[in-house]
Design a protein around this ligand. Sequence first.
Ligand SMILES: *[C@@H]1O[C@H](CO)[C@@H](O)[C@H](O)[C@H]1NC(C)=O
Length: 134
Amino acid sequence: MIGKTLLIIAVFTVCADFPVGMAGMVGGFSDANVTDQGVQDALQFAVVKHNERTNDIFLSQVARVISAQKQVVSGMNYKFVVQMGKTACRKTGVETNCPIHDDQLSAKPYQCTFVVYKHWSGTISLTSETCPLV
Ligand SMILES: *[C@@H]1O[C@H](CO)[C@@H](O)[C@H](O)[C@H]1NC(C)=O
């Protein structure tokens, strides 16, 4: 009897952890609010990873978020289309105030699509990155 009760509690706990996923909503992306902390964290993570991969000695930063979407999986997928631009901050530097250059020639604007996957456990990864070579 106790065993059965525990099993029921366990099942309910799992359901509570995956409320939307269990309802069969997996598959669709819907608009995400960029002011949400989770959405901002995901975008910042993508930018850090992107900067690690570029050959440029200067950091890129997000100039404009064109679209932000999220998809419930066993966690959350975030998909961003963003306008990027170059800053005057070197990757090796310690500066934290890194605005994008005002002039287009230095900013070298380019567009990226990032998909960030965040598992419920907290592990996060950049699963897709589509940018011109920079
Ligand atoms: C995004 O979230 C903020 C803060 O919660 C809220 O004020 C704003 O209306 C939301 N925007 C949209 C488009 O839902």
